[in-house]
Design a protein around this ligand. Structure first.
Ligand SMILES: [Zn+2]
Length: 240
């Protein structure tokens, strides 16, 4: 799935780098009480922007609520067309089981697929598959690849950008402050395609894969899971 690229906080493009930026609100609504009753937040954010955002704490509370609301619970949302409050049933919480909670860190296990979603106020939010979770559990310090999350935007970039490094892309789009340290991180790969190369204003689809920054408390949780349940905790069991 492709998301619009603009960061909700700074309005600059995001590059789709798991662990460095992310999307919220595309499934269960994430309430934005700082905007008013029934308002929601939906779109992408740079994690660096979240870290200095005045609504950071309230936002993480609402993000956690979207994952942990009681199954079948409802929220009141403002309808953008009519301005009226409407009642919407939460869906996401039925799929995610909270398996670890500590101040600033919530880890959820997905029920249907073997994967974990981590919300960490020092980082942002990331999703981990079984192989990466097993490596983290075993204290393997090699980089965990963040995967691809393509985004699309309309900023004009030259055709040679197809061969650019992440540093060149950050320079051209003036995004360096929103990805602190990404340029210097080893093992970053960029995949940039032109959606309409013949047009003057070229839409660009970009995905960047970079090693994930994994907070120590998240490493600690998975190490504990490995100690308690063994390697089976990370095995994918296919349905009959
Ligand atoms: Zn931003």
């Amino acid at each position: 799935m492709m998301y619009e690229s603009e960061c909700l906080i700074c309005k600059q493009a995001t590059l789709g780098v798991p662990g460095w930026d992310g999307a919220v609100g595309h499934r269960d609504p994430v309430l934005a009480p700082w905007e008013g009753e029934g308002e929601t937040v939906e779109g992408r954010m740079h994690f660096a922007c979240v870290q200095t955002w005045s609504h950071k704490d309230a936002f993480f509370n609402e993000l956690a609520a979207a994952y942990t609301g009681a199954p079948g619970s409802t929220v009141e949302l403002r309808d953008a067309r009519t301005g009226q409050l409407v009642t919407v049933r939460r869906e996401t919480a039925e799929e995610y089981l909270p398996v670890h909670t500590e101040p600033g860190c919530l880890i959820l296990a997905e029920q249907t697929v073997k994967s974990w979603t981590v919300l960490d106020t020092d980082l942002g939010w990331i999703r981990l598959g079984p192989r990466d979770a097993a490596r983290i559990a075993a204290d393997d310090r090699d980089p965990v690849e963040g995967g691809w999350a393509p985004v699309e935007f309309d900023r004009d970039v030259p055709l040679e950008a197809a061969d650019w490094s992440v540093g060149q892309l950050l320079d051209h789009l003036d995004l360096e402050p929103h990805y602190p340290g990404l340029r210097e991180t080893p093992g970053v790969a960029v995949d940039l395609d032109f959606v309409a190369p013949d047009m003057t204003l070229r839409a660009v689809q970009v995905a960047v894969r970079a090693p994930l920054l994994v907070p120590e408390r998240v490493r600690g949780y998975f190490a504990g899971l490995l100690a308690a349940e063994g390697a089976d905790a990370f095995k994918v069991v296919l349905p009959d």
